[in-house]
Write a protein that binds this ligand. Sequence first.
Ligand SMILES: Nc1ncnc2c1ncn2[C@@H]1O[C@H](COP(=O)(O)OP(=O)(O)OP(=O)(O)O)[C@@H](O)[C@H]1O
Ligand SMILES: [Mg+2]
Length: 332
Amino acid sequence: MGGGYGFQPGAGKPGRRRPGRDKNGSDKNGSDKNGSLLRPDVKVTFAAERADAGIDDILAEVNRELVGLAVVKRRIEEIAALLLVDRARRRFGLTAPRPNLHMCFTGAPGTGKTTVALRMAQLLHRLGYIETPQLVHAMRDDLVGEYIGQTAPKTKRVLERAKGGVLFIDEAYYLYRGNDSKDYGQEAIEILLQVMENDRDKLVVILAGYKDRMDMFFESNPGMRSRLAHHLDFASYDIGELTAIGTLMLDRTNYYLSPEAEVVLRAEVSRMMSEPHFANARTVRNELELARLRHAHRIASDAHREWTRDELMRLEPADVLAGEPVPGQSPS
Ligand SMILES: Nc1ncnc2c1ncn2[C@@H]1O[C@H](COP(=O)(O)OP(=O)(O)OP(=O)(O)O)[C@@H](O)[C@H]1O
Ligand SMILES: [Mg+2]
């Protein structure tokens, strides 16, 4: 299995090897800095292992930057734990075959799939499972050609680009068009399946999209389902979470909502939740960008009034409310 250029998990990355070896992991206790095995009597703690792998900050960031998503966060912790234990086992010379790491992220638009995939790529890289934290994003059009003979080279080019990192295939089910016998999507799927099986040590594939469509896709492509080790489902956010996401986004950019504006944002987002193109956290982000635009216009258009620092940070109901188009902007 695999070619000769596979990446050894935990083989070590420059500058990341055990910065703070604890008393059990120090050189004199059984291992040297070149990564030779730990002596059998050495003990390890997982606080030290986590710090050593440098994953604490990634996990902390996931917790800090993402509101809610308790189930997803837990799965990330579990995957990290699995890989961390594997890594420690390898350091003792115990067999730790590389686990299958291909994943499927399902959920509605704007629920954080891409954001988590980027973090996952960093995590896998820190733990030594991929050579680079790079994530290559691809959709059907990047993989499937229109004419005979185009698909294989297209797919292989993307795979080549993603090699060593994560290949993130958005709306993966569009690869398959069951009712179209002349479609080349199946050819791309076959190549992907082969690489996912044979070159597991070279790249991690994450498929993403709506859950129901993904389930249908797996019905027609059971081989794909069986190659995925982890399925993370991203639930749509409730109004409390969406408001918290908005507050967090504003806080990061030194803005905040006045209490009245928060009430208005809540009502506005609640209304939008039932609209067909509602995209969870992305809709909130877009609404807040519009609010910043209205805020800036409100402030700047009163050219001789004096404004405080606080007023430059604070969004008011008139800024948040749609239906008050900024003059010169087409209402959307
Ligand atoms: N739980 C969350 N907390 C804070 N911000 C979030 C959360 N989920 C998503 N976001 C933000 O919302 C935006 C959209 O998220 P992202 O692109 O990851 O969603 P997605 O699931 O990949 O959407 P799509 O299916 O449309 O590609 C990003 O700016 C992201 O940081
Ligand atoms: Mg996305």
